[in-house]
Design a protein around this ligand. Structure first.
Ligand code: SF4
Length: 315
């Protein structure tokens, strides 16, 4: 499905002009000099010669089809032939900044053939039911046309708090997507467990890394990729959703992760102050990693991203 803000327009340009300018055709062609016998009066064309001049319209007039974003403040025409390279014409539009702002959603809608978008809540952590979750706290969204997006989940984003820097370890090609998130003086490497054909990274995070924690399932996405054939699994290559959880299984896993975080925070508090936190069962305060001493912040983020053994993870 293409973006609902994408529009098409017939444009014309003059091949004889030194400056190529595309003009959107409004009314009928007969209203315009270039498309009528009046083209002979044009000063540009008088200086040129054409072997097979047409009486009814200027031979230097070129017509084509272009697309533009009706949501953008400035109209930028993109030739129709480039549409295969444009995110606007594919499901990738669901992660466009403009689309997310105008569609007034903090997270992209599910693919049309899937159930209506629903998001569960695991002890205060949103768990969108259309996303796949990996044990290392990354999420995956796969659209019907194979376009996929990967990011970090709200649990990790909340625990890290404001992120100061995002560096992409992998940027293109068939890779296990990985990025380094820097919080204060702590580098946390997040990686998606299965190989994905990466086509783009979210470059906006370099200038505004805080958007990752602000909107982890939307504007804070990390990688864009393509799954060419989801049924094909080349020798030894894991399927993109292998080992991931979705729906109720993901919500139950997230609840266990909140308990695990609570226990890790209690251990850290005891090591730092010798006092154990009251076991009130709630989630620790947001931005826990940012508030801990360096060694404890490193330890906690390492343990959080090291999934517990399978029997514990799926029990
Ligand atoms: S730029 Fe964004 S909002 Fe505009 S048409 Fe493309 S995907 Fe849609």
């Amino acid at each position: 499905m293409r973006c609902p803000f994408l529009r098409e327009a017939h444009v014309q340009s003059c091949q004889a002009s030194p400056i190529r300018k595309q003009i959107v055709r409004t009314g009928s062609a007969t209203d315009e000099r270039c498309a009528t016998a009046a083209w002979h009066e044009c000063s540009v064309v008088r200086e040129l010669s054409e072997e097979h001049p047409s009486a009814s319209s200027c031979p230097f007039r070129m017509e084509s089809l272009a697309q533009y974003c009706s949501a953008a403040p400035v109209m930028k025409l993109i030739p129709w032939s480039d549409q295969a390279f444009s995110r606007c014409g594919s499901e990738a539009h669901r992660y466009c900044d403009l689309y997310l702002a105008l569609a007034k959603t903090s997270a992209p809608a599910a693919a049309p053939e899937e159930a209506p978008p629903r998001s569960d809540d695991a002890d205060g952590i949103p768990v969108p039911q259309w996303l796949w979750f990996a044990p290392g706290h990354t999420w995956l969204s796969v659209a019907s046309d194979g376009v996929c997006h990967i990011g970090v989940d709200a649990f990790l984003a909340r625990t890290l708090g404001g992120i100061d820097r995002v560096q992409f370890v992998t940027t293109k090609g068939l890779e296990r997507p990985a990025a380094v998130l820097t919080v204060r003086d702590v580098d946390v490497t997040v990686s998606f467990p299965n190989p994905v054909f990466i086509t783009a990274v979210n470059g906006a995070l370099r200038a505004d890394p805080a958007r990752l924690a602000r909107d982890p399932y939307g504007l804070g996405w990390l990688f864009e990729g393509i799954v060419r054939d989801r049924s094909a699994v080349p020798n030894g290559t894991p399927r993109i959703t292998d080992g991931l959880l979705r729906g109720e299984a993901a919500t139950a896993w997230m609840r266990r992760e909140t308990l695990r975080l609570r226990a890790l925070a209690e251990d850290a508090a005891e090591r730092i102050s010798g006092v154990r936190l009251a076991a009130d069962g709630g989630l620790p305060e947001p931005a826990l990693v940012r508030t801990l001493p360096h060694a404890e912040a490193l330890r906690l983020s390492h343990l959080l991203l090291s999934p517990p053994p399978d029997e514990e993870r799926y029990s």
